[in-house]
Design a protein around this ligand. Structure first.
Ligand code: NCD
Length: 320
C-alpha cells in the first residue's frame, strides 16, 4: 500500500515528499546549508545548549543501510541528541514481533522520534499514523526516501545555483526505486524538470503519472539515454534493485544502453553534475572513472550533505 503525505500531519512526520511544498523543502535546504558552513559536511558543535539536548532518536531499520542509518546517527549526535537502534536481526522482530509493535515499544521507552526503514511500501506512513512521536521515513519499499531526495536537491543546488527549469535525468531501475519517486516530487516542487530514463521494463509509461501530484503535467519518460544526454543539466544514476525486481525482470543488456561511461558523460553539457545515492555497483550502472571523476561526480559530497539535511529535518521536528 502506498500512502501519500497528505493523509498524515507532515509538520509532525516526514514520510514522503509528494505533497510537500517547495517553500518547506527550500527551508530545510537553507538550514542544511547553514550547518555546512561552506564545507561539504557539518562539523561545528553547538556549545552548551544544542538543539536536541536530551532528545533520543530511535532507529528502526528492517533493511540494510550504510549511508542513511549512519548519517541519521551523525546528524543526531551533531545536534546533541542520543540514538538507540533496533535492526531486524538482534531484536524481537526475529521472533515475529511486528514493525508497528516494535515502533510502539520504542515510543513507550520515551524515544522522541523514530527513523524507519522497511521493505513495505507505505510502511512508514502506517507507523506515523499510529504513533504520537514524529516518524522519518528512511526508505519504505518502492515508495519514498524523502531525505535522500533532500540531499540530492541540496547537492544539485550547491553545484548549479538555481534549479529552476533544470532537466535532471534519473537513470535506471525507476520501477523499483523509492529514491527516484522522492527525487521526482522534490525536483518538481522546486521547479526543476525530472526526466525518467531507462528501458521500458524498468521505466513503464505509467510512471509519467507521478506528475499527478504536481498539477497533472506528466513526468517525461525517455528510453534512449544517448539521445537525452545533451539535454540534461545533471544526472542521478540508480542502482539496480535486485532485491525488489521480479524474477527475470532485469534487463540483460542494461549496461549497453544505460551504463554511464566516459563517452556518455562527454555528451552532457560540460561540468553537468553526476549523482548516485549509493551503494554504487562499479562497472555496472556507472564506470569507476566516471564515479570517481572529481570534475563531475558529486557522489561523496552527497554523503556529507545527507548529514546536513537530516540535521535540518530532525531539528525542525524536535528542537525545543
Ligand atoms: C538507496 C536506498 O536504500 O533506497 N540507498 C540509500 O539510501 N543511499 C538506494 C539503493 O539502495 O540503491
Amino acid at each position: 500500500m502506498t500512502t501519500s503525505a497528505d493523509s498524515i500531519d507532515v509538520r509532525r512526520s516526514l514520510v514522503a515528499l509528494a505533497g510537500v511544498d517547495g517553500s518547506r523543502i527550500t527551508a530545510w535546504l537553507d538550514r542544511a546549508e547553514s550547518f555546512l558552513g561552506g564545507g561539504d559536511v557539518p562539523r561545528a558543535g553547538f556549545g552548551p545548549k544544542p538543539p536536541l539536548a536530551d532528545r533520543i532518536v530511535a532507529h528502526l531499520f528492517m533493511e540494510d543501510s550504510t549511508r542513511t542509518r549512519l548519517s541519521f546517527e551523525v546528524a543526531t549526535l551533531r545536534l546533541g541528541g542520543g540514538v538507540i537502534a533496533a535492526t531486524a536481526a538482534g531484536s524481537s522482530i526475529s521472533k515475529g514481533e511486528s514493525l508497528l509493535d516494535t515502533a510502539r515499544n520504542l515510543a513507550a521507552m520515551g524515544a522522541d522520534a523514530i527513523v524507519v526503514r522497511t521493505g513495505a511500501s507505505g510502511g512508514a506512513a502506517q507507523i506515523a499514523q499510529r504513533l504520537e512521536v514524529p516518524v522519518v521515513n528512511g526508505g519504505d519499499g518502492r515508495h519514498e526516501h524523502p531525505t535522500q531526495a533532500l540531499l540530492d536537491l541540496l547537492t544539485l543546488r550547491r553545484a548549479m545555483g538555481s534549479l529552476q527549469g533544470v532537466r535532471v535525468g534519473i537513470v535506471g531501475d525507476i520501477a523499483n526505486s523509492r529514491v527516484a519517486r522522492s527525487d521526482v516530487h522534490g525536483l518538481r516542487a522546486v521547479g526543476a524538470e525530472p526526466v525518467l530514463i531507462g528501458p521500458p521494463t524498468l521505466v513503464p509509461r505509467e510512471l509519467a503519472g507521478l506528475g499527478d501530484a504536481h498539477g497533472g503535467r506528466p513526468i517525461e519518460i525517455e528510453h534512449d539515454f544517448d539521445r537525452a544526454l545533451p539535454t540534461l543539466g545533471a544526472v542521478i544514476m540508480l542502482r539496480m534493485q535486485r532485491e525488489r525486481a521480479a524474477a527475470g525482470a532485469i534487463a540483460v543488456d542494461y549496461p549497453r544502453g544505460y551504463r554511464l561511461n566516459r563517452e556518455r558523460a562527454a555528451k552532457m553539457p560540460d561540468r553537468a553534475p553526476i549523482l548516485h545515492p549509493g551503494p554504487v555497483n562499479r562497472g555496472y550502472e556507472i564506470e569507476p572513472e566516471v564515479a570517481d571523476d572529481p570534475r563531475r561526480s558529486l557522489v561523496l559530497r552527497q554523503v556529507g550533505h545527507g548529514v546536513a539535511v537530516r540535521m535540518a529535518v530532525l531539528e525542525s521536528m524536535l528542537a525545543t
